[in-house]
Design a protein around this ligand. Structure first.
Ligand code: AGP
Length: 610
């Protein structure tokens, strides 16, 4: 939540800060602001609304100066407004600070500061921090003032701060919210994520929890919260800047749907799987995670990643003789699951930063369980803390609604499942080879399905005025129904529920009527006949049916208002060929209703607060 940028260098500050914020806008977009050190004072420009509003203001009042910081906000404390937008200033206007995270003890700090005469200009939790720094600036050492202030706060933060008293420096710090230093030629950046400075440099250093950094144009000096020096090295990140641009597509979401074939191929290539031997020991060290000693596997995740986790349970139970559970991370972290070294916890996350998934992972680590994270964002917090990491190589995903990262999470879950199945010898080597060959076919299958876009668009037109949808699937397609419904509600604001088809008779059937469409996932598989029975039950209640069925199944067309046919595949790949149809359906319905698909209201891509 919230995106931060800081810049020290010769380029025009307003432009660099705005460009950086554009790449971070997926993290929050209800208000934004920049602060620049210019002509011996700090000038701020802040606006309510998305970055277009800030850009407009900056066009009228261009900023340059020596250095600057910026912020795009997703409100937690205090409504979206110009006053609550960051950066915040201290009482004398000599310090500016931007923050991402939540300061849990801000109320007591605020009362204390107000008693001492500080005047707060916003309702945010973050503002207390700039006033604390102001009080601690007595000896003119900005980094030390920030360290002292941070020792007083509870909660999470990534923070950047600058002071007129130390004109060539931006200081930053992090705890549980990400912050990186981008290292350029004679210029330096601070940001919440790499795309913010990718057009200028690929060299970056991730701050670790508890780090404080003092950045000048020539370098960065890292310490811990007590001021002891710590050593951090810059790495080169192999991102392509074009991945963070629309590349001719109308929206990032559509671009990212179209990138799925490549993302799947890259994920297979990036996790080389040796026939009959599984992953290389570099990926999953055998002494660390030996499936033969495992008593239980628990998947945990949030949102779309949770749907990939649900899917994982179906294949893992089929492929190995180990009990498998799935839990939503925000529930798992507050339960008392019996965790021990014989439990493997698999955490799935696009960002590698989601607060609840991170907490679930840490709970597992504290109780000495083995942990594997399936993550898309290189170097993110979860990758640093888990025992092993399987990267999904989807590249940066900018659209707030997860699309390509869901598809590659399925790839990663399947690869991990095959690896464990091979090591427990539950699956024969030939069977693993056969499934691997199926996984390698997926990019062409995805291309075929994505080429159905025109047909899906036309179907969406027929349903554009509907306000409710029910999505039904069984077995491995039940999580796909849930994901389809989540996409629909996220981007089109239409109410949609994903349900296991067998549960329909236990309640949702009461909702059905002529104006309540049901999306039925009915591909050829072991539960096909059961799905057809459900379909008949819906038909009898006159609810319009949109079916997704296997090519060649012409019988279904007679029973439904519309059918979209997908290629015939091994049933474990039905989720992969059905998902793009549901993504495109949500996409086109949202576009027809005039919604902003890349930045849906109220959402942020990365949920780093509870
Ligand atoms: C997906 O479309 C959502 N925006 C959201 O549910 C997301 O999947 C969830 O917040 C989890 O994020 P993560 O994968 O980065 O952990």
């Amino acid at each position: 939540m919230c995106g931060i940028i800081g810049y020290l260098g010769a380029r025009p500050k307003g432009t660099v800060l705005l460009e950086g914020l554009r790449s971070l806008e997926y993290r929050g977009y209800d208000s934004a602001g920049v602060a620049v050190m210019q002509d011996g004072r700090i000038v701020t420009v802040k606006r309510e609304g998305n970055l277009d509003c800030l850009e407009d203001a900056l066009r009228r009042e261009p900023l340059d100066g020596y250095l600057g910081i910026g912020h795009t906000r997703w409100a937690t404390h205090g409504a979206p407004s110009r006053d609550n937008a960051h950066p915040h200033l201290d009482c004398g206007g000599r310090l500016a600070l931007a923050h991402n995270g939540i300061l849990e003890n801000f109320r007591e700090l605020r009362e204390e500061l107000e008693r001492r005469g500080h005047r707060m200009a916003s309702e945010t939790d973050s503002e207390v921090l700039v006033h604390l720094v102001e009080e601690n600036m007595d000896d003119g050492d900005l980094a030390e003032a920030l360290r002292r202030s941070l020792r007083r706060v509870e909660g999470s933060y990534a923070v950047v701060c600058m002071s007129l008293d130390v004109p060539g420096v931006i200081v930053g710090a992090r705890r549980d919210s990400p912050l990186l230093v981008g290292v350029g030629e004679g210029e330096m950046f601070l940001a919440s994520a790499i795309p913010a400075f990718l057009r200028h440099t690929r060299r970056a250093v991730y701050l670790q929890n508890g780090d404080v950094v003092e950045v000048t144009r020539d370098g960065a000096r890292f310490t811990d919260l007590e001021g002891r020096p710590v050593s951090r090295e810059a790495s080169e990140y192999p991102f392509d800047f074009s991945a963070a641009e629309k590349g001719g597509y109308e929206d990032f979401m559509l671009k990212e749907i179209n990138e799925q074939p490549e993302a799947w191929a890259d994920t297979l290539r990036g996790n080389p799987y040796r026939k009959g031997r599984g992953f290389s020991p570099d990926l999953i060290p055998p002494d660390l995670i030996d499936p033969r000693g495992l008593a239980r596997i628990i998947f945990t995740a949030c949102g779309t990643s949770y749907h990939a986790a649900l899917l994982g349970r179906y294949v893992f139970e089929r492929w190995m003789d180990i009990p498998v559970e799935v839990d939503i991370a925000s529930e798992f972290r507050y339960r008392d699951p019996r965790l021990d070294p014989k439990t493997l916890v698999v955490a799935i996350s696009q960002s590698g930063e989601t607060a609840d998934t991170m907490a679930a992972l840490r709970g597992a680590l504290e109780r000495k369980s083995r942990t594997v994270s399936i993550v898309n964002t290189l170097g993110s917090q979860m990758t640093q803390e888990s025992d092993a990491v399987i990267y999904t190589h989807a590249g940066p995903e900018i659209g707030v609604a997860a699309t390509k990262t869901f598809i590659v999470q399925i790839a990663a879950v399947y690869l991990l499942g095959l690896h464990l199945a091979g090591r427990t010898r539950f699956l024969e080597r030939e069977e693993i080879d056969r499934i691997m060959a199926e996984l390698e076919r997926v990019p062409e299958l995805l291309e075929e399905v994505i080429s159905l876009e025109g047909e899906v668009r036309e179907v969406a037109e027929g349903f554009r005025d509907c306000e409710d949808f029910l999505y039904l699937g069984r077995n491995i397609n039940y999580p796909v129904a849930m994901e389809g419904a989540l996409k629909m509600k996220e981007i089109s604001y239409v109410h949609a529920e994903g349900y296991p088809a067998g549960e329909m008779k236990h309640g949702p059937i009461a909702l059905l009527h002529e104006g309540f469409p049901v999306v039925v996932l009915v591909p050829r598989d072991a539960v096909y006949e059961k799905m057809v029975s459900n379909l008949e039950e819906i038909r009898a209640r006159r609810a319009p049916i949109l079916a997704v069925a296997t090519r060649g199944d012409d019988d279904i067309a007679k029973r439904c208002r519309r059918v979209i046919h997908v290629p015939e595949v091994d049933p474990i790949l039905n989720p992969v060929v059905i998902t793009p149809v549901l993504q495109l359906l949500a996409y086109h319905l949202a576009k027809l209703r005039g919604c902003n698909v890349d930045q849906p209201r109220n959402l942020a891509k990365t949920v780093t607060v509870e």
